[in-house]
Design a protein around this ligand. Structure first.
Ligand SMILES: *Cc1c(COP(=O)(O)O)cnc(C)c1O
Length: 363
């Protein structure tokens, strides 16, 4: 039995028809740039995330970049974040001219709030927690630190759309919430897309301006920026996939729960912290992962290490950050392994994956 790590094709015939029809509608009305489907998408996001507004952008990376530009974060400023995320998190910080500062992670693979204080300087402008794998960071503590130190709070929810704590949604904790809708993410587009959630009206207006080359009324540039608009065709398609999202999340969580039950006693599974996790990936922590990866591969099960290189140690950054102390991240990044948990898996495939991992350890 072959099990792919993800399957990005659209196999639901009804859904495919609706998606194609949504594209047809846009091509016919011809409002290709920031058409009505973008507004509809933004209103949906704001409602779902429990914020006043949402601003559609071209990608998750754009969401981070545009947010920081709109908050006037730039050269001379420091932004505190985690070392364990997709590289876009710090590339965006560097792109606005600011400096990423890394705080070590906890066993939940998220930034350790108790260590943030030590890294705050008079240059610190913002904290950017990443809800890694779709699990919320310890937001109460982080909000408290941000408030006490008058720092902006920018949530990188790239992997965490739909995650929440008792209904309080990812993206609604900070000054802005940044999401990616790239096809790997749980609420996905069919290309590149992203969104920013925000409550403050003035900030929302600035985000809209920064999204389109920093222009006011689309003419006069007030803030040098880039073009980061959300594509209308992507918005139209996401307005369709939104209808299928609750079931997708439900199925992903069901699979994850099955793994918890089946594998919890033999490997370190994502623990239940009382929050509603959306499992961008189901990430186990194990020693000596290479032989297991190979064993699963031989049994036609694809796995992935997301992300094998800590951000400060990518080639572009390692000279700058070779001296930093992030011992937990260094230890944990060698243990993580994502196993397939997507909604297209059949029950048989889910059982097969769990059985194979179980067999591997019981052999
Ligand atoms: C995917 C991702 C991004 C970047 O999103 P893109 O849409 O690919 O630009 C940023 N942060 C995190 C945590 C991500 O997972």
């Amino acid at each position: 039995m072959r099990v792919r790590f993800k399957d990005l094709s659209v196999s639901d015939i009804k859904m495919k028809k609706e998606l194609l029809n949504a594209v047809d509608v846009v091509l016919t009305h011809g409002k290709i740039l920031l058409g009505p489907e973008v507004k509809e998408f933004e209103e949906y996001i704001a409602k779902e995330c429990g914020t006043k507004y949402a601003v559609g952008v071209g990608s998750g990376t754009d969401a981070l970049y545009v947010s920081m530009k709109a908050l006037d974060i730039g050269p001379g400023d420091e932004v505190i974040t985690t070392p364990l995320s997709w590289i876009a998190t710090i590339n965006a910080i560097v792109a606005v001219g600011a400096k990423p500062v890394f705080v070590d992670i906890g066993q939940d693979l998220n930034i350790d709030p108790d260590l943030i204080k030590n890294s705050i300087t008079n240059k610190t402008k913002a904290i950017m927690p990443v809800h890694f794998t779709g699990r919320l960071c310890k937001m109460e503590k982080i909000i408290d630190i941000a408030k006490k130190n008058k720092l902006f709070l920018i949530e990188d929810g790239g992997q965490a759309y739909g995650a929440n704590m008792n209904g309080k949604m990812a993206g609604s904790f900070g000054d802005v919430g940044c999401f990616s809708m790239n096809p790997m993410k749980i609420y996905s587009s069919y290309g590149e897309a992203g969104v920013i959630t925000v409550n403050n009206n003035k900030l929302k207006e600035k985000l809209v301006s920064v999204r389109y080359n920093g222009t006011l009324k689309k003419e006069d540039c007030h803030f040098p920026s880039i073009n980061a608009r959300l594509d209308t065709i992507q918005a139209a398609m996401m307005n369709i996939s939104a209808k299928y999202l609750p079931n997708k999340i439900k199925r992903t969580r069901e699979i994850s729960k099955y793994y918890d039950d089946k594998l919890g006693s033999i490997v370190n599974c994502p623990s239940d912290d009382g929050s509603f996790q959306t499992y961008y990936s189901y990430m186990i922590k194990i020693d000596d992962r290479e032989p297991l990866i190979k064993y699963l591969y031989q049994n036609e099960i694809e796995t992935k290490v997301q992300h094998p290189i800590l951000m400060p140690f990518h080639a572009a950054y390692k000279k700058l950050y070779s001296g930093i102390s992030i011992p937990n991240a260094v230890k944990l990044v060698k243990k993580i392994l994502s196993i397939p948990n997507h909604d297209k898996m059949t029950d048989e495939q889910v059982e097969y994956v769990a059985d194979k991992i179980y067999d591997y350890y019981k052999k």
